[in-house]
Design a protein around this ligand. Structure first.
Ligand code: SAH
Ligand code: SF4
Ligand code: F3S
Length: 451
C-alpha cells in the first residue's frame, strides 16, 4: 500500500492568517494529505505569509529560501507560498524569480483556488501562479481543519476599509465583506455542539460588521443573536476599532453572559497629531471617553491594546502622550510595535521618518511601562479565586495553563488522570511571578463565571 502523503503549514501573522491556514489544511486533508510535525519529510509544505512589518517579510523569505536544500534531497516535495505577502503588488513575481523551486503561488483573494492549483501540480502540470487583483465573494464552502481546541476561530468579516496610513492590510486583504449573520450563528452553534469552549470572532474591524449587508445587521445585533445559543462556552472577538465602538455594542456585550469581559481596543498612539496623521479618526480624548463608557457598563472589563512608536514625525512630546495614555488606561496587556515602512502606504511617503535609535529607545521605555502595569494588575490576584479555561500543557514548566475571562494566564498542576484541556476550572492564585500567575485547582466549574 502506498504511504499517505503528508503536509506541513508554516503560518506567519495574525489570527486571521492562523484561521486561514486551518482552511488550507482542510483542503489538503480533503485531497488525502495527513499532517506531519516536521517540514523536512513533508510532501507538501505551505507558507502562509504576512507583510504587516518588514521583519515578518524577512522571516518568511528566509524560511522559504532555506527549503531549497531540503527540496534537493526530497525532489517530489511540493512547496506553496500564499498569504498577504504574495498578495502584495509585485512580490509574487519577485519571489517566483528568486525561488524557482516553489511550485505554487497564490494570494489572499483566491484561497479557494488552492485545491485546483495543487491538483494541477500533482498531475504534473507546470508551476502554478495565480493571483487575483480583486477580492472574491465570501466563500462558505471551504473545509476547515481546526487546530486550536478548546478555542475555535470564526470569521465574521474579511478585509478592511480604514486605510490607516501606516498599514498594508487594506491593500492585501481588499474591502470589507461581512458574512451573513445566519451563517455565523450556524457555525457558532455547530462549534458549541461539537464541544468548543471558546469562540473567537475575527475581523480587522469587527465594529464595521454588517455595514455592507444592506439590512440593519451590525456587530451588536450579531452578539445579541449569538446570545440565543445555549451551552458551556465563552465568546471573544477581535479587533475593535475605537472610532466604531458603540455604546450599543458594549450593552450587547453586557447582556450576553457568554461574552468575556475583555476588549482588545488598539489605540496605537496617545498624541492627537500622530493619531490624525495615522488617519485613525479619533482623538486621545475620544478614546478615553470610550474607555469610560465601557467601564460604566462593565466595570470589571479588561482592556488590551496595540501601541506603535516611531510613526513619521513622532516627537518626544508625542511619545510622552502615548506613555501618559497607557498609564491612564492601565491596559492588562499590549502588543508594542516599532513603526515599519510599508511600500504603497501613505506614511511611507512622509518625510521626517524617525531615526532607528530613537525608535529603539522609545519602544524600550514603553515596554517597561506596560510590563510594570501588567505586573501590578497580576499582583492584585494574589490569594484570589478566578475561573479559567484550560488551554494547553506547558512542556517546560510541566504545568497546564489557562486564561481567565480577562485574559490573564494561570499555570497549575493537575493530578487527576483526565486531561483538563477544555475544562473550566476555579483556581486559587497561590503565587504571582512577574506576569505569570500560578494557582491551585479548587473545582471544575462552568463558563458562567461573571455572574
Ligand atoms: N485591524 C487591527 C490590527 C491589524 S494589524 C486594528 O486596526 O487594530 C495589528 C497591529 O499591527 C496594528 O494594530 C498596528 O499596531 C500594527 N501595525 C500595522 N502596520 C504596522 C506598521 N507598518 N509598522 C508597525 N506596526 C504596524
Ligand atoms: Fe490596518 Fe487600520 Fe485596517 Fe487595522 S483598521 S487593518 S490598522 S488599516
Ligand atoms: Fe494578518 Fe499580516 Fe495579513 S497581520 S492580515 S497576516 S499582513
Amino acid at each position: 500500500m502506498a504511504t499517505q502523503k503528508t503536509y506541513h503549514i508554516v503560518t506567519y501573522g495574525c489570527q486571521m492568517n492562523i484561521h486561514e491556514s486551518e482552511k488550507l489544511a482542510g483542503i489538503a486533508e480533503k485531497l488525502g494529505f495527513i499532517h506531519t510535525e516536521t517540514v523536512e519529510n513533508a510532501d507538501l509544505v505551505v507558507f502562509n505569509t504576512c507583510c504587516i512589518r518588514e521583519n515578518a517579510e524577512h522571516r518568511a523569505a528566509g524560511n522559504i529560501g532555506a527549503l531549497k536544500q531540503i527540496k534537493r534531497k526530497n525532489k517530489n516535495m511540493i512547496i506553496a507560498v500564499c498569504g498577504c505577502l504574495t498578495q502584495q503588488k509585485g512580490t509574487a513575481e519577485d519571489f517566483a524569480k528568486k525561488f524557482p523551486f516553489v511550485d505554487i503561488f497564490f494570494g489572499t483573494h483566491n484561497v479557494e483556488e488552492f485545491e485546483t492549483l495543487l491538483l494541477n501540480r500533482l498531475n504534473g502540470k507546470k508551476r502554478q501562479i495565480s493571483l487575483w487583483e480583486k477580492e472574491g465573494n465570501v466563500n462558505e464552502t471551504l473545509p476547515k481543519k481546526r487546530t486550536s481546541y478548546p478555542n475555535a476561530w470564526v470569521n465574521v468579516m474579511y478585509g478592511c476599509n480604514n486605510f490607516c496610513t501606516y498599514c498594508i492590510v487594506p491593500y492585501v486583504r481588499g474591502r470589507e465583506r461581512s458574512r451573513k449573520m445566519q451563517d455565523v450563528v450556524n457555525e457558532v452553534r455547530g462549534l458549541v455542539l461539537e464541544g468548543y469552549k471558546e469562540i473567537t470572532l475575527l475581523g480587522q474591524n469587527v465594529n464595521s460588521y454588517g455595514k455592507d449587508l444592506g439590512d440593519d445587521t451590525n456587530f451588536a445585533s450579531l452578539i445579541r443573536a449569538l446570545g440565543e445559543i445555549k451551552g458551556d462556552y465563552w465568546i471573544r472577538f477581535m479587533t475593535s476599532h475605537p472610532k466604531d465602538l458603540s455604546e450599543d455594542l458594549v450593552i450587547a456585550m453586557k447582556e450576553n453572559p457568554h461574552v468575556c469581559h475583555s476588549l482588545h481596543l488598539p489605540v496605537q498612539a496617545g498624541s492627537n497629531a500622530v493619531l490624525h496623521a495615522m488617519n485613525r479618526k479619533y482623538t486621545a480624548e475620544d478614546y478615553l471617553n470610550k474607555i469610560q463608557m465601557l467601564r460604566k457598563h462593565i466595570p470589571d472589563c479588561s482592556v488590551t491594546s496595540d501601541l506603535m512608536v516611531g510613526f513619521p514625525g513622532e516627537t518626544e512630546e508625542d511619545f510622552v502622550d502615548t506613555m501618559k495614555l497607557v498609564s491612564s488606561v492601565r491596559y492588562l496587556n499590549a502588543f508594542t510595535f516599532v513603526y515599519s515602512r510599508r511600500k504603497g502606504t501613505v506614511a511611507d511617503k512622509m518625510d521626517c521618518q524617525v531615526p532607528e535609535e530613537t525608535k529603539k529607545d522609545r519602544i524600550m521605555r514603553l515596554i517597561s511601562l506596560q510590563n510594570d502595569i501588567t505586573r501590578e494588575i497580576s499582583a492584585e490576584y494574589q490569594g484570589k479565586e478566578t475561573v479559567i479555561l484550560c488551554e494547553d500543557y506547558d512542556e517546560k514548566k510541566q504545568l497546564y495553563l489557562g486564561r481567565n475571562q480577562y485574559g490573564l494566564m494561570v499555570y497549575f498542576a493537575w493530578r487527576q488522570e483526565s486531561i483538563p484541556v477544555g475544562k473550566f476550572l476555579r483556581v486559587k492564585i497561590t503565587e504571582v511571578g512577574g506576569i505569570s500567575l500560578y494557582g491551585e485547582v479548587l473545582e471544575e466549574t462552568q463558563w458562567l463565571s461573571h455572574q
